[in-house]
Design a protein around this ligand. Structure first.
Ligand code: PMP
Length: 391
């Protein structure tokens, strides 16, 4: 039987990590994997999360099963975090944001097997992989202008004009992965109007809430879509903003047109949890809920999120200044306009290879760099590599 299995293509990022590990150069720089790093290169356990962990260790009396939908306190806390006050919503806890994306798309397929899913070009590769796995049609829409490194507003409008009733538009709520280019407020509102007018449904992948400009700022696009459209899905990840990567914390939040639809959605979502793995992971979700519900821990968490943003923004500014000095031009200023951990440089695969071979700088083939992977002392070398490669 097993010999019949199709051979899976190697994962691009994992291959890059192997190449990096085998590289003997001490000064090599890992801008590949999408995890936050502080100034010392560590991906720390956040202070508030560590404190919550201590309290939980003392206070927890049982590890018996929780609810199929997940811990109610966690669901209430993340619903309020993402949407503010939104009564007609259904929610389940999921294993990470990936679990929420996967089950969200399964929910779409259950409700409408004909739904096409519009995805930004480019997008997080796993979106395409999950859609292919589920046998759902992915329709790419133009998103990124490789000339300006900003959102391709006209391309986006032009391609979303093809939306039909019942289609789904998968959007990145903030800190677009891989490009770093986010819509501004006007564009979010326009996109919401286009989706609503077409009778389509927004699905928002929110994997970096709080890593762009702040919780409220980063949630604004999602909230605009949810309030404009009668139905919307949000796939939340708590991997980056709580530093809970390996605990697998996420939630699928669905806003419905009325209480009856919300109840149907809640039933279907709980069923999806049940048939996939019964109960979603609880430990990390409980830590996140404790942080969100305790005013002191929440304040500490918001402070640390602010420090993380400042770290990434400081590196963006340093890189742009270095590039300005080397090229006497502002052509790299887009790097400070980008949000979150990533920027797409618009380099060709040959240029990406050149930067790796000559300077030991590792990024994904599409020229996405994880800004947080930079140490302050790596900035001049990255700038030199970019200029030498002819960017
Ligand atoms: N969506 C996007 C756009 C992401 O970048 C990620 C993390 N790489 C995820 C979802 C899922 O994250 P996780 O499953 O680790 O919570």
């Amino acid at each position: 039987m097993l010999e019949n299995l199709p051979k899976q293509a190697p994962d691009g990022i994992l291959h890059l990590m192997e190449q990096l590990r085998a590289d003997p150069r001490a000064e090599k720089v890992d801008l590949g994997v999408g995890v936050y790093r502080d100034a010392t290169g560590a991906t720390p356990i956040m202070r508030a999360v560590r404190q919550a962990g201590r309290r939980l260790w003392e206070a927890e009396t049982t590890k018996t099963y929780t609810a199929l939908a997940g811990d109610a306190a966690f669901l209430a806390a993340v619903r309020a975090l993402v949407l503010g006050d939104a009564p007609e919503t259904a929610a389940i806890a999921t294993p990470g944001g990936t679990g929420a994306v996967r089950l969200g798309l399964e929910l779409v397929r259950m409700a409408n097997p004909e739904a096409r899913v519009f995805v930004s070009d480019p997008t997080w590769p796993n979106h395409l992989s999950i859609l292919a796995h589920l046998g759902m049609e992915a329709v790419p829409f133009r998103y990124f202008d490789a000339g300006t490194q900003d959102v391709d507003r006209d391309g986006l409008r032009g391609d979303l004009a093809a939306l039909r009733e019942g289609d789904v538009v998968l959007l990145h709520g903030c800190c677009h992965n891989p490009t770093g280019a986010d819509p501004d407020t006007d564009l979010w509102e326009e996109v919401a109007r286009i989706i609503r007018a077409a009778g389509a449904i927004p699905m928002i992948d929110l994997a970096y809430l709080g890593l762009g400009d702040g919780i409220e700022e980063d949630a604004a696009g999602t909230r605009a879509l949810v309030s404009a459209c009668p139905e919307a899905l949000v796939a939340l990840s708590c991997s980056k903003n709580f530093g809970l990567y390996r605990e697998r914390v996420g939630a699928l939040i669905v806003s419905a047109a009325d209480d009856m639809a919300a109840e149907l959605a809640q039933g279907a979502m709980t069923h999806l949890n049940r048939q996939a793995y019964s109960f979603p992971p609880d430990h990390g979700a409980r830590l996140a809920a404790m942080v969100l519900d305790d005013p002191a821990l929440r304040a500490e968490w918001l402070t640390e999120l602010g420090e993380m943003r400042a770290q990434v923004k400081g590196l963006r500014t340093a890189l742009v200044e270095e590039l300005r000095a080397r090229t006497s031009s502002g052509r790299f200023d887009y790097i400070t306009r980008h949000r979150g951990m990533f920027s797409m440089l618009g380099a060709s695969p040959a240029q990406v290879t050149q930067m790796r071979e000559t300077h030991g700088i590792y990024m994904t083939r599409d020229s996405r760099i994880n800004i947080a992977g930079l140490g302050a002392r790596d900035v001049p070398r990255l700038a030199a590599a970019m200029v030498e490669a002819g960017l």
